[in-house]
Design a protein around this ligand. Structure first.
Ligand code: BGC
Length: 765
């Protein structure tokens, strides 16, 4: 009996392991990594080692002026370590075959791609995803993206982008999780977990690449690629926090950034890439440059020519050179001249080979190229359903008066605006291999939700922009904008007529996706073109005005806030955008998102963020006082504060209760608050906890997020929400740059956004 049981167990485990292998579980690696890589490197020529440092682009997506040339020939000569912008099992197999069948040492290639918010199934842009405050949903989006990317031949994704940004003029704020280090760090960890899972050698996981290291989001004046000048304290206390979190979560790679940091561009910055990243943080993975960032060291003015750029960049700590071939063309000569040692090249080469080993590529270079898996995985129904659910979680209700929302499924709707029928804009910028023709427009989503029960009267009303040159440029880079040649008066009149004949106006307005993302900085933060004129004319009709807003950044929408009945910020919500928007508009889903970047009233307030310092002359509303830190023409406070978002219900907060009013550094402080759903529908609330250190050896922000919980409360339900604070939550970089807390008074705040909070005080001994 016992024997039969043992045979049975052996049989089961054999079957399971076989099944796992088929599904893509890790087969045994050839040897232990160190031995394997050292042995391989022992056989490599200097030229082959330098070849491993060369990362080339083959495909259509280029983000710079230079395009990789003669790639196939170089692969066969062993002069390429990785390729990006190539996907699909067929295309990847072709290049991988060249590397493993035509080269002397048969070293497989890495295949990377900008999978930013989904690969084929597209999720909301990262700024939108972050507004869900739902780490499980965010991780799931990255897991699905990783599964799809790996089924499509890829093993490396250039994500997460974790740059803190407090400047909505910067187009790439769309790719970020907003302004806050604590929250940004949690999102960074969730994304890395989602991409890499627990085991990088599985065929359905991909290596993450945390970017852009570092501080890229602090570009001066919000202009892309611009200079960053920042104190080391602000770096360590705030901007570096999410990168560190992503690295601690195990990100296999890092991308160095384009920007200058206090006089040394990141790609040449040894302090950053070696001292901080490797020595202090213990990062052992691969560092790749950004697109032609090494060539750009010359115009930066840090290198006289590309030869010097190669020397600086290798010594700084970059391993792979993206597109520019500065390493390939210059390192052999630099070694000859003794300016770079072979051992420095060995270090970089080793890290590239280790990444390949960790991905299991030496065991099976074709593990990511399986046509059958691709056809079963890409855009499967389960993934589209997830995209719809995640998209609706990302939307933020910025205003809702007169019960404008949710809409009824009766009567008629004037559906107006240049984005109402758009499919291209739905999947947003940096939409990977997403096919916008498969995206659901708002019009389609509404029709799917209401069938024939609501009459929909459509008018475009305005172009997104009437700037023909801008439209040309956007369309040359993946846009699908057309300019209606009717006059704006005619278009507006048509929309007004449609509005007059309908019960309610739903105006779908905002930016086009191409006005956001890389190289898409804006000096104005309005809704572009004649769209505001359109809204003003619609307002005149006296019909309820619901704005469905799309944008890749916080916009300055004071008029809209004053005049619309409801505003729903939907970002660019992905493949299922239209369905998800309809879910929220008609109340199938009660909105629960909260903004993660402050919305200013005016562009002149930028940079504006909740965790500012107090100044010595804080303005407290004394209108006649002159010598206060304030503007003459606009209030100091934002239009919508960080963490803000409404629901179809309302939540009430009790005063926070502390387990003690005095703690020591080894104690834990618990903060409990009762949250009650006061409305008649169920709803989710993001309960946020902030801390203020009243005085210290250096000045501290007026508030810092230190915890949050997203909870679902049934109508009428109350729940105690408890947070635990430890000494590390109260710690900071002190006057001498040591990290720790200081005794004194603290205030803790709890609330549904960073402005509307209740507080309690405590003392740290
Ligand atoms: C961007 C990166 C991106 C790279 C490769 C660059 O222009 O800054 O975020 O990963 O291109 O496409």
């Amino acid at each position: 009996m016992k024997q039969t049981l043992i045979i049975f167990i052996i049989l089961i485990s054999f079957c399971t392991s076989f099944a796992q292998k088929k599904k893509g579980a890790a087969p045994a690696q050839p040897k232990d990594m160190n031995t394997f890589v050292n042995q391989l490197m022992g056989q490599m020529t200097l030229e082959e080692k330098i070849g491993q440092l060369n990362l080339v682009s083959v495909g259509f997506d280029v983000t710079g002026p230079i395009v990789s040339k003669n790639v196939e020939e170089k692969i066969q000569k062993g002069l390429v370590g990785g390729v990006f912008n190539t996907f699909t099992p067929v295309a990847v197999r072709k290049l991988q075959q060249m590397a493993v069948e035509k080269t002397r040492l048969k070293i497989p290639l890495l295949f990377g791609y900008d999978v930013i918010h989904g690969h084929r199934t597209i999720f909301p842009i990262p700024l939108g995803l972050s507004a869900s405050w739902d780490l499980q949903a965010i991780e799931r989006s990255a897991r699905i993206a990783g599964d799809e990317a790996s089924a499509d031949g890829l093993n490396w994704v250039y994500s997460p982008m974790v740059d803190i940004s407090r400047d909505p003029r910067w187009g790439r704020i769309a790719e970020s999780a907003g302004e806050d280090p604590f929250y940004g760090a949690r999102v960074a960890e969730a994304m890395v977990r989602g991409y890499q899972g627990n085991d990088l050698t599985l065929a359905n996981t991909v290596m993450a690449c945390v970017k852009h290291f570092a501080l890229y989001g602090a570009a001066q004046a919000g202009r892309d690629y611009h200079t960053v000048d920042m104190s080391e304290r602000t770096m360590r206390q705030e901007y570096l926090v999410p990168y560190k979190a992503a690295i601690d979560a195990g990100s296999g790679s890092v991308m160095s950034s384009f920007n200058d940091i206090n006089g040394i561009p990141a790609a040449a910055n040894q302090w950053l890439l070696t001292d901080v990243l490797r020595k202090q943080w213990g990062f052992t993975g691969l560092v790749a440059t950004d697109y032609t960032a090494l060539n750009e060291l010359v115009p930066h003015g840090i290198a006289a020519d590309e030869k010097e750029a190669a020397e600086l960049a290798l010594k700084a700590g970059n391993d792979m050179d993206m597109v520019g071939e500065v390493f390939l063309n210059n390192l052999p000569q630099l070694v000859k001249e003794g300016k770079v040692t072979e051992s420095q090249i060995n270090d970089a080469c080793k890290r590239v080979l280790e990444a390949k080993f960790k991905l299991g590529l030496f065991d099976d270079p074709y593990r990511y190229v399986d046509n059958q898996r691709a056809s079963q995985t890409l855009m499967k129904k389960e993934y589209r359903d997830a995209a719809r659910d995640i998209a609706r979680r990302s939307m933020v209700l910025l205003k809702n008066t007169n019960n404008a929302l949710p809409l009824k499924k009766t009567g008629s709707i004037a559906l107006v605006g240049p984005l109402a029928k758009s499919q291209r804009d739905m999947i947003g910028n940096w939409s990977g291999a997403g096919d916008w023709k498969k995206a659901v427009s708002v019009e389609q989503g509404i029709r799917n939700a209401v069938g024939n029960s609501v009459k929909i009267n459509y008018a475009k009303g305005a172009n997104i922009t009437d700037d023909e040159v801008l439209v040309k440029r956007l369309n040359a880079h993946g846009g699908d904008l057309d300019i209606d040649t009717r006059s704006s008066e005619q278009m507006i009149q048509e929309a007004v007529d449609v509005a007059k004949g309908s019960d309610v106006v739903v105006a779908v307005v905002g930016e086009s996706q191409g006005m956001t993302g890389e190289a898409a900085s804006r000096a104005e933060l309005n809704i572009p073109g004649k769209q505001l004129d359109l809204l003003k004319a619609l307002k005149q009709t006296g019909k309820p005005l619901v704005i469905v807003l799309m944008s890749g950044r916080p916009l300055a929408i004071s008029w809209e806030d004053e005049n619309a009945d409801a505003i729903l910020e939907t970002w660019f919500a992905g493949t299922e955008a239209g369905n998800a928007i309809a879910d929220v508009l008609f109340g199938a889903y009660n909105p629960s998102g909260k903004i993660t970047a402050t919305f200013p009233r005016e562009v002149g307030q930028v940079p504006i963020y909740y965790s500012m310092k107090n100044t010595g002359r804080p303005y407290g509303g004394e209108m006649l006082d002159k010598y206060k830190s304030r503007y003459l023409d606009v209030p100091n406070d934002p239009l919508y504060p960080f963490g803000f978002g409404l629901s179809y219900t309302t939540f009430e907060y009790s005063e926070p209760k502390l387990n003690s009013s005095e703690i020591s550094t080894s104690d834990k402080l618990t903060v409990t608050c009762t949250v009650t759903n006061k409305g008649s529908v169920d709803g989710e609330e993001v309960v946020q906890l902030y801390v203020r250190d009243i005085s210290g050896s250096v000045t501290r922000p007026v508030k810092e997020l230190k915890g949050f919980q997203k909870i679902l409360l049934k109508a009428g339900e109350s729940r105690d929400v408890t947070f635990t604070l430890t000494n590390s939550d109260l710690s900071f970089y002190r006057k001498d740059m040591s990290f720790g807390s200081e005794p004194g008074k603290f205030t803790v705040f709890v609330g549904g956004n960073s402005r509307d909070v209740k507080h309690a005080d405590f003392n740290l001994k």
